[in-house]
Design a protein around this ligand. Structure first.
Ligand code: 5RP
Length: 292
């Protein structure tokens, strides 16, 4: 292990320079993977835009019934047609999503905390790879807590899921969580996303930050940006636009979709940015026109 004496500040990110090992497959870092992995990734990331709109409704795994998600059975079917990938727990998917739906599945497989805990960083792998196979999951989502008390166990969790995923050609989505006392800076996200990517995930989910394009450049697999707390629609669309402009290959939004007064139109507006090159202002105009 390299000693940390004399660490130099990394600075040469070659932002704007294309990923060198792209090869023949359009998903970053996946060129050397097998057919099955590539099939799952192509279910998630649109082959034309290279991007994805993930609809996240896995909040209940530690938040219980969340505002806007009180009725999974009503909310998910309403929004499903307007997104590319469903990010949910096996309980929500099996009980509320018709198996004949054709959307990609990002299956939440880690669990273990609740809103009753102060420290949310201690999780387990709750869903085994056999159940991910049964559900035809296109990726398995695992929370990591870099810098938190649960760092080591979260790295153990994600390693187990990556190992199982490699055995059965199912991608792993490494979620970079941000603890309440962690800094949402590029310094933290460069560290955390790179650790998770070097563990061997195929997709990283994290938050937008300043110098985001450097976070993207330093990460050898695609980054999808989590929406975070509910923002005014205009601001959420600006977040989506800045994320895509910064090199993210998609958005994984939950509260900014299901807590929006016009959630369908909001999902559609995000899709305009992610897949059709809309600016945030154009997407906001679309959003306003769509429900007026
Ligand atoms: C919750 C999650 C969510 O998938 C992620 O945070 C996206 O949801 P939101 O946009 O509401 O933050 O990991 O634990």
């Amino acid at each position: 292990m390299a000693d940390i004496e004399g660490l130099k500040v990394a600075k040469d990110y070659h932002v704007g320079e294309n990923f060198a090992n792209q090869g023949g497959f359009y998903v970053k870092g996946a060129n050397n993977l097998d057919w099955g992995m590539k099939k799952h990734l192509s279910n998630i990331f649109d082959p034309k835009s290279g991007n994805t709109v993930m609809f996240a409704f896995d909040h209940g795994y530690f938040m219980g019934s969340t505002a806007g998600l009180e009725r999974l059975d009503i909310v998910i079917p309403k929004l499903l047609p307007h997104v590319d990938c469903l990010m949910g727990t096996r309980g929500a998917l099996r009980s509320c999503v018709a198996p004949e739906n054709k959307k990609a599945i990002a299956l939440r497989v880690s669990s273990g905390s609740s809103m009753l805990n102060d420290d949310l960083s201690h999780e387990i792998v709750a869903v085994d790879v056999e159940d991910a196979i049964r559900m035809n999951a296109d990726c398995m989502a695992v929370q990591t807590f870099i810098g938190a008390d649960g760092q080591l166990s979260s790295i153990d969790n994600i390693s187990r899921v990556i190992n199982a995923g490699m055995r059965y050609s199912i991608p792993t989505l490494g979620v970079v969580a941000v603890g309440k006392d962690m800094e949402r800076t590029d310094r933290f996200f460069k560290l955390a996303t790179r650790i998770v990517a070097e563990m061997g995930v195929q997709i990283v989910k994290t938050y937008y930050c300043d110098n985001f394009e450097e976070v993207v450049a330093a990460c050898p697999v695609p980054i999808v940006v989590a929406g975070g707390k509910k923002l005014p629609e205009k601001d959420a669309l600006e977040l989506a636009y800045k994320s895509i402009q910064g090199g993210a290959r998609g958005l994984d939004m939950g509260r900014n979709i299901f807590q929006s007064e016009h959630s369908v139109e909001m999902a559609q507006a995000i899709g305009k940015i992610v897949h059709e090159g809309f600016t945030d202002k154009e997407a906001y105009e679309f959003y306003l026109d769509a429900w007026h």
